[in-house]
Write a protein that binds this ligand. Structure first.
Ligand code: NAD
Length: 243
């Protein structure tokens, strides 16, 4: 299926995990991808694996100039039609163990990064005739998440920013939606002890931890024309964990 033929999608934090799964699926469906990440070796290896349809750009999402370079790379590949604000950090600490530095670090990467990204892609998406932005929040953006105050704060922020941006950008032909993964088996959750993982698993009605591809397929739906009448929506991909 060539659902994404002629389309270019920028994925922040795309070197591994969910972002990498999205890059692979997009290329398999005829699209081209710009993979941004601070992980240079992994990002370059993924771009090499995907061939001419992929480019890696070293990108720290907290830096305006890195966003400009990533957008430029996308336009050099044929325009910018989609963007996934996927980069994120998760350093879980409860309220009383969260200091200002940890709080600000989460805000800079997860929240400021998403804001800068949405702003950076708008002119290029307008030049491409419209586009779709997908912000990766979390079930931690739908309810309280145990022992992860700063992370939770930023993921709630992404949910609100998605809805505000959806209203602002609809007249420009740009849709903005959020995705809320539950526990997904990537490097991010390697911080969990076996006990913490077992507790998470016991809370999932579908009975398994998610795979990166479970989220990637939903992200591709939101990037595609199949979701043309959706903006400001929030989709949980969590095996029922937030029920
Ligand atoms: N894994 C889960 O259980 C889970 C659940 C809900 C939401 N999420 C969210 O999904 C997204 C993808 O996470 P993942 O599960 O693939 O984990 P991951 O840690 O494998 O991927 C995150 C990526 O973001 C990159 N990144 C971190 N800081 C960055 C920066 N300053 N600039 C650019 N890139 C940066 C990392 O290098 C990494 O490649 C994140 O936003 C995460 O918060 C994950």
């Amino acid at each position: 299926m060539a659902r994404f033929a002629g389309k270019v999608v920028l994925i922040s934090g795309g070197a591994r995990g969910q972002g990498a799964a999205e890059a692979r699926l997009l290329v398999a469906e005829g699209g081209r991808v710009v993979i941004g990440d601070v992980l240079e070796a992994q990002g370059r290896a993924l771009a090499a694996e995907l061939g001419a349809a992929a480019r890696f750009v070293r990108q720290d999402v907290t830096r305006l100039e890195d966003w400009a370079a990533a957008v430029e790379a996308a336009e050099s590949m044929g325009g910018l039609h989609g963007m996934v604000n996927n980069a994120g950090i998760y350093v879980p600490k409860p309220l009383m163990q969260t200091d200002a530095e940890l709080f600000e670090r989460h805000m800079r990467v997860n929240q400021l990064g998403c804001f800068l990204g949405m702003q950076a892609v708008v002119p290029a998406m307008e030049r491409a005739g419209g586009g779709s932005i997908v912000n990766i929040s979390s079930t931690a953006g739908l309810r309280g998440s145990p022992g992860a105050l700063a992370y939770c704060a930023t993921k709630w922020a992404l949910r609100g920013m998605t809805k505000a941006a959806a209203v602002d950008l609809a007249p420009r032909g740009i849709r903005v939606n959020s995705v809320h993964p539950g526990p997904i088996d990537t490097d991010m959750v390697k911080v969990w002890t076996n006990e913490q993982r077992a507790v998470r698993l016991s809370q999932i009605p579908i009975g398994r931890i998610g795979e990166a591809e479970d989220v990637a397929r939903v992200v591709l739906f939101l990037l595609s024309e199949e979701s043309a009448y959706m903006t400001g929506a929030e989709l949980s991909v969590d095996g029922g964990a937030s029920l």
